[in-house]
Design a protein. Structure first.
Length: 162
């Protein structure tokens, strides 16, 4: 694991330097993933690292996964964080998921979320996994994939590919 962490840290620092966003890179390995915490030298660069709706963080994460896959096929998943963005986003998604569950149960209608990343969809699924009276589904393909909160008793909608 030490070789993996060294490789990951060096590759992250190299990429950030090439982007003109030198940052302190800290790795926090857990049982199932490695959290890469980025602290830019210039605090104003935090928003550039996050990007629009976290797109830059997601892109960095994808590139790092691809870079490590070649040499470390059994590597844990990678999560890139800066400025507390992911933590705040997770808290917001949890709150919105619980609100959507309440709304779905009250109105007995499906409540859809906009398209989002697999990590964000998973957050909603996990938040509502133990909630009574609702279930969650992911629908759509590719960039249009989104989560739907379905109240108990409402049938599964068939996707007719329209």
């Amino acid at each position: 694991m030490a070789d993996f962490e060294t490789f990951l840290k060096e590759k992250t620092e190299e990429m950030l330097d090439k982007m003109g966003l030198p940052s302190k890179v800290t790795l926090e390995p857990t049982e199932d993933r490695v959290l890469i915490e980025l602290e830019p030298q210039d605090e104003e660069d935090t928003s550039l690292l996050i990007g629009y709706h976290g797109q830059t963080l997601n892109a960095l994460q994808t590139i790092l996964r691809s870079a490590t896959f070649k040499d470390f096929k059994e590597a844990p998943s990678i999560l890139v964080e800066t400025g507390g963005y992911r933590k705040e986003r997770e808290e917001e998604l949890t709150r919105r998921a619980l609100e959507a569950a309440d709304k779905a149960r009250f109105l007995l209608k499906e409540v859809s979320f906009p398209a989002m990343s697999s990590y964000e969809r998973r957050t909603i699924h996990m938040t509502l996994a133990q909630e009574k009276g609702v279930r969650t589904e992911s629908r759509g393909e590719g960039r249009e994939r989104h989560t739907v909160v379905v109240p108990e008793g409402v049938g599964v909608k068939e996707d007719k590919g329209e």
